[in-house]
Design a protein around this ligand. Structure first.
Ligand code: AGP
Length: 608
């Protein structure tokens, strides 16, 4: 995934573009570049490395005068992160510059055609075909050249384009990659997401697939790909720039871990009125609900693990079979999905390519798709039949935390809602379950305050290069997410394992001092997990256990304990994951890792 920005107005564009790119750096950070128009000429500066390198190269944009420009921060897909492969890319005649987020799937055939016609390529990227197509189709009208170019492209693209013949205009095109227009006074912007716009304006237009925008300092015209004008609503961003800044924390990840009580409360409160769950945003009729004979949850990464955690509660409350499917698997597995299947799609960014593809596959098979997503106006939100937003606020750290906990919380609410609507729960159980769900923000706050010892545990365990996370049932689901957090930010190999499975082979790997994190919060089966702790202890493991504070037996067998507040076994995941997020964070800190921007990762994987 990459980040693109554009500006046209009365101020120097380059410093504004660089500042916008810094806000988008979590989307990709292996190279960056800007292009501006000055005196009817294009000026481009781009470099491998972080945006800080580009700031240095351009003296924070001061050596690139011009009031119109585009910028790009890259997560390399085609071609290594080098100066040449960095965007913007320019046409041979020097008139056009382009920035792109997405993948042009037919770029090889286009490149062959363009090379045969004498266009010279300098980079290994797919993007460069766009700028040569523009030159080929340009006869004085950029709009026509752009529409002809778009008609040749297949794949996903959010494009920013400038042409030296139009010194006040920037052009933006959206197809299957997010793009938002920011409306200022005497200046206008575009960006991949609102975090790059919100310090300038809260009035935005969410572009849709097939939209093309012609932007000047005082006007924004939007057309479809046939060139027909479109009227688009202006939306108001509801949060301010501080929400997208670190606010004194060392890392966005720690800030977002600490924000979870508020994020979960903000996600819950609009959906609980007069002690009833209400999803005003979705119109699931009684007929729709009673028709559901299966629920399929599909997502990627942590969102998938949020589904694994929610599955137990959905099945327990609704009595409907729930399966969880990795989106990257489901899309190629000929899924047995029909119009009686409710498909729930989870995604923080709403732009994950595998998740979007899986959604389309499910819709093709007649299923209704309900999405749980954090980014308003994202592709997943637009494609779904029903959308439930997690009001977590912008999540900047690549490793999700509040995205996960708010997704699981929505699944708990949805389970209760469906159980009630289908008459599968008594009024007293309903009231009791709702009261427990409403306690989650406070329990998360307790979990955050109970664990001041975690930095000390991190100092003890960070020296290892592998860890096991074991648990059963709901604990196992949380172990999956705990292990991923550890891997992706501390670079310590971590494997989540169903505790009862260890003895069927994997226990062969347990040697002296092998760290094992044992999740024992599900009280109904805690005794079973305790026996697994004893098994690994007998082979020399060091056990760090998670258990509720009154589990006395654990104290005698575990080497270290993280005490949790008392929780409902089937509503524990958003609380139980918190110490594991902190453990991963502090171990990554001990290891000197780049916590907010882990190597090789991007905030949203918008490619297959
Ligand atoms: C989360 O920590 C990971 N960075 C990653 O697994 C992420 O959850 C996954 O890529 C799905 O992203 P999404 O929720 O934006 O769809």
């Amino acid at each position: 995934m990459c980040g693109i920005v554009g500006y046209t107005g009365r101020a120097n564009a380059a410093p504004i573009l660089l500042d916008g790119l810094k806000k988008l750096e979590y989307r990709g950070y292996d190279s960056a570049g800007v292009a501006v128009i000055n005196d009817k000429k294009l000026f481009v500066s781009k470099t491998a490395g972080r945006i800080s390198a580009l700031c240095e190269k351009t003296d924070n944009g001061e050596n690139l005068p011009g009031f119109t420009g585009i910028g790009h921060t890259r997560w390399a897909t085609h071609g290594a992160p080098t100066d040449i492969n960095a965007h913007p890319h320019t046409s041979n005649d020097g008139k056009f510059a382009v920035v792109h987020n997405g993948i042009i799937e037919n770029y090889m055939s286009l490149k062959e055609e363009l090379v045969k016609k004498g266009y010279e390529f300098e980079s290994q990227t797919d993007t460069e075909v766009i700028v040569h197509l523009l030159e080929m189709y340009y006869t004085g009208d950029v709009k026509i050249a752009l529409l002809k170019t778009a008609a040749r492209l297949s794949g996903s693209y959010a494009l920013g384009v400038i042409c030296s013949d139009y010194s006040e205009k920037v052009f933006a095109v959206r197809e299957a990659s997010p793009l938002i227009i920011g409306l200022g006074v005497g200046e206008n912007y575009f960006a991949s997401d609102v975090t790059a716009l919100v310090q300038h304006t809260k009035n935005v237009i969410y572009m849709d697939d097939g939209d093309f925008a012609e932007i000047t300092p005082d006007d924004v015209k939007i057309f479809d790909f046939a060139g027909k004008p479109k009227n688009k609503p202006v939306n108001r961003i509801e949060w301010d720039i501080r929400a997208a800044e670190k606010d004194g924390y060392d890392h966005f990840m720690l800030k977002e871990i600490m924000e979870q009580p508020r994020a979960v409360r903000d996600t819950l409160s609009p959906r609980i009125k007069d002690d009833r769950v209400c999803f005003d945003e979705i119109n699931l009729t009684d007929e729709d609900i009673n028709k559901i004979n299966r629920i399929v949850i599909t997502a990627c990464g942590s969102a998938y693990y949020a589904g694994c955690a929610g599955k137990y509660t959905l099945e327990k409350l609704t009595g409907i079979p729930v399966i969880t499917e990795l989106a990257s698997e489901l899309r190629y597995s000929q899924p047995l999905i029909d119009d009686r299947t409710l498909v729930i799609v989870l995604s923080q960014s709403g732009e994950t390519a595998d998740t979007i593809a899986a959604m389309k596959e499910c819709k093709k098979r007649g299923a209704k798709v309900l999405s749980v997503v954090n980014v308003v106006g994202s592709t997943v939100a637009k494609l779904a039949d029903y959308v439930i937003y997690t009001w977590a606020g912008p999540e900047i750290a690549v490793a999700t935390t509040k995205g996960y906990t708010t997704q699981v919380t929505v699944l708990y609410l949805l389970a209760l809602y469906i159980a009630d609507r289908s008459g599968r729960i008594t009024p007293s159980d309903y009231a009791e379950t709702l009261a427990s769900i409403q306690k989650i923000p406070q329990l998360i706050r307790q979990a955050l305050s109970m664990n001041s010892a975690i930095p000390t545990l991190a100092k003890k365990y960070h020296i290892h290069n592998s860890m096991f996370f074991i648990g059963r049932n709901t604990d196992y689901a949380v172990a999956l997410e705990g292990a991923l957090k550890m891997k992706e930010i501390s670079y310590i190999h971590a494997e989540a394992y169903a505790a009862g499975e260890l003895k069927h082979g994997t226990i062969a790997l347990i040697d002296d001092y092998q760290p094992v994190v044992a999740l024992c919060c599900n009280k109904a089966i805690m005794e079973k997990t305790i026996s697994n702790i004893i098994e690994v202890k007998a082979r020399g493991a060091q056990v760090l256990a998670l258990a509720e504070k009154d589990s006395s037996k654990i104290v005698t067998i575990a080497d270290d304990i993280i005490f949790m507040p008392e929780m409902d076994d089937y509503l524990a995941a958003p609380v139980e994951i918190v110490p594991l997020q902190l453990l991963a964070y502090y171990m990554a800190k001990e290891n000197g890792c780049d916590i907010d921007k882990p190597k090789n990762l991007a905030k949203s994987v918008t490619v297959e």
